[in-house]
Design a protein around this ligand. Structure first.
Ligand code: ATP
Ligand code: MG
Length: 314
């Protein structure tokens, strides 16, 4: 599958009206896509192992979306084959009082991945140009008057672009997925969260309040994507009405990204190779271990089974 039509790197504009959230390409069903999905997960496992071993590049994966678009499920599925030691997932919800006392990038900057690691941001600093824009949250964040520019959101987008360029120039690749769900599909998923007791916990009254701002959010996403799409930090607009298709696109784009990084297992220096050969010879030259007997496991006759007492003034 060619993913180019989903990728926005600043060379063309994203217009949500021209984008079908229910698109599934050449795939008619989840079953048809399952082989490709499995192959992607297997490849991701191999590539992550190399990335971790090479310990050079880091990968930051950002997920943004309207409520119920499937961020959590996508993260769970796509990362299922990866080594948890090499991955960190961070959720960014409403900022705490401590977080609000800092600049808006602070809480995310603290969580950036170290070399060799993959880090997932489930929501991110983009919230500050999305929900922050829709509800003009910056007005109540105790910013000095001189920082409340008329074009504050545009400035923040420029700051984010600069920040992501800084990351690129310092060994952190950034890929940003926007799971693009339709208003109709969101309604279906909310109803299912309400009707199914096992899903009740996922629903919040706030979801309905935010849904009322649907059009404003669509504009906010469009503008944020267009203002921050760059070759070194592309947006991938993922058709998300069909969860299985969204997961397929995300897994495939991640394979593509890691293949572009092309991480290699470190080759040990010549001296180390010699040391390995010597250690190998020692191990293979060892006399075979004597077979264990039950008697060998027992304490000698007359020996106390209690631990020896500690000397008083040791
Ligand atoms: P789901 O898609 O399942 O609803 P979620 O990511 O929306 O999951 P929730 O706990 O429902 O998780 O909501 C997190 C909320 O935190 C979102 O409404 C989001 O807009 C809000 N949030 C995140 N960052 C900020 C921010 N910087 N300022 C204000 N609100 C924020
Ligand atoms: Mg939510």
């Amino acid at each position: 599958m060619d993913l180019q039509s989903f990728v926005f790197d600043g060379s063309r504009r994203f217009d949500p009206k021209k984008f079908d959230p229910a698109y599934t390409g050449d795939y008619g069903s989840k079953e048809e896509a399952s082989q490709k999905m499995l192959a992607n997960l297997k490849r991701l496992t191999e590539l992550q192992d190399r990335l971790y071993a090479e310990n050079k590049e880091a990968l930051l994966i950002i997920f943004q979306a309207m409520d119920a678009a499937g961020k959590d499920g996508t993260i769970k599925h796509v990362m299922s084959g990866m080594n948890p030691q090499g991955i960190d997932v961070w959720n960014f919800k409403q900022p705490s009082a401590e977080e609000l006392d800092h600049d808006y990038l602070w809480r995310c900057a603290k969580r950036l991945p170290e070399r060799g690691k993959i880090c997932i941001f489930n929501r991110s600093y983009y919230e500050d140009v999305l929900v922050g824009r829709v509800h003009e949250l910056y007005k109540n964040q105790n910013l000095p008057q001189r920082c409340l520019y008329d074009n504050l959101i545009k400035r923040r987008c420029r700051q984010i672009r600069d920040f992501e360029k800084y990351l690129w120039e310092n060994g952190i690749r950034v890929v940003k997925f926007y799971l693009n769900i339709s208003k109709e599909e969101q309604k279906k998923r909310f109803l299912s969260r309400i009707d199914n007791p096992a899903k009740n916990w996922k629903f919040s009254e706030a979801d309905i309040r935010e849904r009322a701002h649907w059009d404003e959010y669509q504009k906010a996403y469009r503008d944020a994507i267009n203002a921050t799409a760059a070759p070194e930090a592309p947006w991938i607009v993922v058709p998300a009405d069909k969860k299985w298709f969204a997961r397929l696109v995300v897994s495939q784009y991640l394979v593509q990204t890691l293949e572009a990084i092309d991480p290699q297992y470190p080759v040990l220096p010549a001296g180390t190779q010699k040391m390995l050969a010597e250690c190998r010879a020692k191990l293979t030259g060892e006399a075979p271990a004597a077979p264990r007997t039950e008697a060998a496991d027992l304490p000698p006759e007359g020996a106390s089974s209690k631990p020896a007492e500690k000397p008083a003034d040791s």
